[in-house]
Ligand binder design. Structure first.
Ligand code: NOJ
Ligand code: NOJ
Length: 480
């Protein structure tokens, strides 16, 4: 009974506030709007790298210190954002940005040297969260969701990319930096080698998922672990460490089998997790945008479970349908559906009530569309089958046009109808950010499912990183 008036009042408030009055957005999307957000997201993301008052090398998840307190270094958020930062570094011809990212790279390496060796970390390398002075969060809060074993894998991917960057650009400090990252001794204290050995030995262990809630084996975690091992193996092979290369590849092959088993043909989508015990009781559907993040962050050159994989596309399709119907803001179909974490989610950004769409989920959806576009234009063929049928049908006017067994190539008009629509759907999802984001380019964690107003931690570093990533792939799609 306390509830009803509350719901009434809050819905009246929402109706009164209406949807935020965002910029006037029409399709095709104006490149100036997309660019403008890119510039702002870049500034705002980098502002959260080594902010004043924090140790150098720290990436805060958000400047918010209260309701919610996100003023911490999360290994996952930091690694995903640093990945984008390296891309900015390579792409930019702005000397200022390049030299500050170069400096930051050293700080990031030194910080990780500290956090990877801190004996207070209760779960060792799987420790997910640190104070801004670099000390582990876990040693004061023992009942918190640890370990999160995606961390060492994401960090390892960072190091391989940094290693390649340093060699490619022949940094003056290369002889000092590279041995800190990799050496072929065993056991090794080099950062990358340490994380790789951990991943190779512990990928079977259950750990807490990327949403920091439930224990099990997770698609996201397994896929980034696989990618880390394969990238690590490639590097080990060039560094005359063939034994390690062989070991990492062998483990990566075994992980692959585990990942494949999460595809559920009856449900028609990839299950996000195999939960430990009854940990999945609040996640009955197993449908989760974590799968999209896995496909994006775990994409290795061999195309396994890549963003354009039929099973990933089938999962994206289902996520769009389900979130499309449960979030009220999605009734406005000028834009693509805004996606949340998983349908049963109750985290509202501060505490628990009701879940909302997230910027990162929605932008991940957009990025999958752009990357699928690029892939299909590259291979010049679309094979329709029972797994991807519904996804592709959702892109054409008349679903009867498509049936399993069809093979389309660029001389077929339908090939172009589909590929053109892929980019449009990507843009329609990206438009959610332009519409619901702040005028100054700020992006929080969530948008309210009724009103569309931003909610949760403000200027979430990951929200900006994920916009930038989608932005880069969108740009690349124009070069095809
Ligand atoms: C609870 C949320 O469900 C979880 O995903 C999040 O990481 C923490 N709170 C943040 O403090
Ligand atoms: C909550 C998210 O669930 C988690 O993935 C993230 O690491 C933290 N917030 C910090 O942004």
């Amino acid at each position: 009974m306390v509830f009803l008036p509350f719901i009434l009042i809050s819905s009246i408030i929402n109706i009164a506030r209406g949807m935020p009055v965002g910029p006037d957005i029409s399709f095709p999307l104006k490149s100036s709007l997309v660019w403008d957000q890119k510039v702002k997201s870049q500034l705002k993301m980098l502002k959260n790298f080594s902010p004043q008052g924090a140790s150098r090398g720290i990436v805060i998840a958000s400047p918010s210190r209260h309701e919610p307190d996100y003023y911490f270094h999360w290994v996952r958020d930091a690694a995903i954002s640093y990945d984008v930062a390296l891309q900015i570094y390579s792409d930019s011809n702005d000397g200022g940005i390049r030299s500050s990212l170069r400096d930051f790279s050293f700080d990031y390496v030194y910080l990780n040297q500290r956090i990877q060796n801190d004996s207070r970390a209760m779960t060792g390398l799987g420790e997910p969260k640190f104070y801004v002075d670099g000390s582990p969060y876990g040693f004061r809060f023992s009942d918190w969701g640890r370990p999160q074993n995606d961390g060492p894998a994401l960090r390892a991917i960072n190091y391989v990319m940094l290693y390649q960057t340093v060699v490619r650009e022949n940094w003056a400090e290369r002889d000092r930096l590279l041995p800190l990252i990799y050496d072929s001794t065993y056991p090794s204290n080099a950062l990358l080698k340490k994380d790789l050995e951990f991943v190779a030995r512990h990928w079977r262990d259950t750990s807490v998922d990327l949403w920091e809630e439930v224990r099990g084996n997770h698609f996201f975690t397994l896929l980034v672990q696989r990618k880390a091992l394969l990238m690590g193996a490639d590097l080990a092979a060039t560094l005359q460490d063939p034994g390690a290369a062989f070991y990492y590849r062998t483990e990566a092959e075994k992980i692959k089998v585990e990942i494949e088993s999460l595809w559920n043909p009856q449900a028609g989508y990839i299950f996000a997790s195999r939960f430990e015990g009854d940990a999945g009781r609040y996640r009955e559907s197993r449908l989760d945008t974590a799968v999209l993040f896995g496909a994006l962050a775990g994409d290795y050159v061999d195309g396994f479970m890549a963003p354009y994989d039929d099973r990933v596309l089938a999962t994206l399709h289902r996520l769009r349908e389900v979130f499309g119907s449960i979030y009220q803001i999605n009734q406005n179909s000028t834009f693509g559906p805004a996606l949340g974490r998983y349908p049963e989610d109750v985290y509202d950004g501060v505490s628990t009530s009701i879940g909302n769409p997230w910027f990162i989920g929605t932008q991940a959806g957009a990025e999958i569309f752009y990357r699928t576009y690029i892939h299909l234009k590259g291979v010049g063929r679309i094979n329709i089958n029972s797994v991807n049928l519904q996804f592709y049908q959702s892109l054409v006017k008349d679903s009867a046009w498509l049936h399993p067994g069809m093979s389309l190539c660029p001389k077929d008009g339908l090939f172009h109808k589909i590929t053109d629509q892929l980019r449009i759907e990507g843009d329609k999802m990206l438009a959610r950010t332009l519409y619901h984001g702040g005028e100054d380019g700020s992006l929080s964690e969530q948008m309210n499912r009724y009103s569309g107003y931003m909610q949760g931690a403000n200027d979430l570093t990951w929200s900006h990183a994920s916009y930038l990533s989608a932005y880069y792939w969108r740009e690349m799609s124009f070069q095809r």
